[in-house]
Write a protein that binds this ligand. Structure first.
Ligand code: NAD
Length: 498
């Protein structure tokens, strides 16, 4: 797929690939870190750790592109996204292959993530139909109208776990609204977005409207601190999301920082056991558990042996691999170590490991593997029950009552998603009104609100001062409201405000 062994990635600035600036003003040369494929741990590329100088170059390109881009009509901007959408369709399989290689999803999951990213593009290209402002005669002869204007240069910082989909949560809406962007891909999965920016250019996007800068913390901090960057979106772990949010707040900069998750599922005694077991297994093991929407704690109201047996059987049937239905690797060795540590600790504190994925770490000849794991806890303090493990691990705990389940769910610091499995509408209603989570499911373990609905959690799953991401939340985040109050003819009986 790549034209040379271990290629060095380039930044994409002003419509072309450019080397990071080197030597820097202090004489130092750019540092590179290896990118590995989780399937075999082979190095597939070298990603530059861009610095403030590289960020400044990208922001300057975005700033220069802003006047002409924002002056275009929204229909004109959306027209480019229509072409981009058809190019995504044409290249979906190739993009999915890149996601498989650099991230480790199976091909079906990778394709689904590309298609999900396309849904946000569809929403963005529909914006000319829905973002008209409001107008009202607020006093005799006086009209007030409210329109949306772009912010300027915006920054988007994304995590490793969805190399296409998460960047698509911000990019299409941001540029459709007339902003220009600097995006920083995850250093763990930097390749896929380099293809996407080429497709944007092919679709007719003017140079400088979207720029890519590779790197890690230094590049992110430089983006936040740059005076011409008007707003920052971030998606990643909670502690970094909180730091990003606080840094933006100190600069009085608009920020939306989505963090990690620990999503709970509650199975009521009347749940459909067959459907629930399939759904629970898909939720915790899909994408090897590396989803912020993966539900990884199952609270059974009472001991539900039949449900547990089915979950165990279905989990034991999962195989390692890259085909549809198979479970891929996790992102890196640090992740393998972290996941197995949580399983070991739970076992040491008395939990029963009903399905043990630890042997996969050795059974696979190469790469970063942990198999589907089901833990039946007895100690409510086990860290695996409370922390984000970010691997294919399900924690099961039997509780006595619905209230106990809710107490446990509500006490968790995160608040991305929660799900109730039941056959009764009243039970579903009871739980969805009491979960402390932004995205609730009824018999759906991955309750992603798809476009046109916005996406976003509560509590420590989201920081910042602005709305949700995607859908109308994205429109709100990526625009300022301008109010214009107009009078052409003096009216005799106008109010004092007129
Ligand atoms: P991460 O926090 O390690 O990295 C996210 C981004 O932050 C990357 O681009 C990275 O280069 C950058 N970064 C790393 N260190 C930084 C620092 N000190 N300062 C500023 N930026 C820094 O997250 P990850 O491991 O790539 O992604 C997995 C996490 O993302 C999980 O916690 C997952 O739940 C979360 N996530 C959340 C959502 C959501 O919608 N809430 C969606 C996807 C992923």
């Amino acid at each position: 797929m790549f034209t040379q062994d271990q290629p060095r990635l380039l930044n994409w600035i002003n419509g072309e690939f450019v080397n990071p600036i080197s030597p820097q003003s202090d004489g130092s040369t750019t540092q590179y870190i290896p990118v590995t494929s989780p399937y075999n741990a082979k190095v597939i590329g070298q990603v530059p750790l861009s610095t403030a100088a590289d960020v400044a170059q990208a922001v300057a390109a975005a700033q220069a592109a802003f006047p002409a881009w924002s002056a275009r009509t929204i229909k004109d901007r959306a027209g480019i996204l229509i072409k981009f959408h058809s190019l995504l369709t044409k290249h979906a399989s190739q993009l999915a292959d890149m996601v498989v290689l650099e991230h480790g999803k199976n091909k079906a999951e990778a394709m689904a993530s590309v298609l999900k990213g396309q849904e946000t593009v569809e929403y963005a290209l529909s914006l000319p139909q829905v973002v008209q402002g409001k107008s009202l005669e607020v006093s005799r002869g006086v009209t007030c109208c409210d329109t949306r204007v772009p912010l300027g240069v915006v920054a988007s910082v994304v995590p490793f776990n969805f190399p296409v989909m998460v960047p698509m949560w911000t990019l299409p809406i941001a540029i459709a609204m007339g902003n220009t962007m600097v995006l920083k891909p995850s250093e763990k999965v930097p390749f896929t977005m380099t293809k996407i920016v080429e497709l944007l250019k092919e679709a007719g996007l003017p140079d400088g409207v979207v720029n890519l800068v590779h790197g890690t913390a230094d590049a992110v901090n430089a983006l936040i601190d740059h005076p011409d960057v008007k707003a920052v979106t971030f998606v990643g772990t909670s502690h970094i999301a909180e730091m990003v949010s606080q840094r933006c707040h100190r600069l009085n900069k608009r920020v939306l920082a989505l963090g990690g998750a620990k999503n709970h599922m509650v199975s009521a005694p009347d749940c459909n056991v067959e459907m629930t077991s399939t759904d629970v297994v898909n939720s915790y093991s899909g994408c090897s558990g590396q989803r912020c929407m993966a539900a990884t704690v199952l609270l059974t109201i009472g001991h539900q042996q039949e449900l547990i047996d089915k979950i165990v059987t279905k989990s034991e049937g999962l195989r390692a691999g890259s085909k549809a239905g198979e479970v891929g690797p996790v992102i890196d060795q640090a992740s393998v170590d972290k996941i197995t540590r949580y399983i070991n600790e739970a076992e040491a504190s008395g939990a029963r490991i009903l399905v043990d994925g630890r042997p996969w770490t050795k059974e696979q000849n190469e790469g970063f593997w942990v198999g589907p794991t089901v833990i039946l806890h007895t100690n409510k303090e086990d860290a695996a029950l409370h922390d984000e493990v970010f691997g294919p691990v399900l924690s099961i705990l039997a509780v006595e009552t619905a209230e106990e389940a809710l107490r446990i769910e509500n006490a968790n610091p995160y608040g991305n998603a929660a799900c109730i499995y039941t056959s009764a509408g009243a039970t579903a209603d009871y739980f969805t009104k009491r979960f402390s989570a932004g995205m609730c499911g009824v018999n759906i373990g991955v309750a992603v609100p798809r476009e046109p609905f916005s996406f976003g959690g509560w509590n420590k799953s989201r920081f910042g001062n602005h709305c949700d991401i995607t859908g109308d939340g994205g429109v709100e985040f990526f625009s300022l409201r301008r109010k214009v109050t107009t009078k052409w003819v003096a009216q005799e009986n106008a109010s004092w405000m007129s």
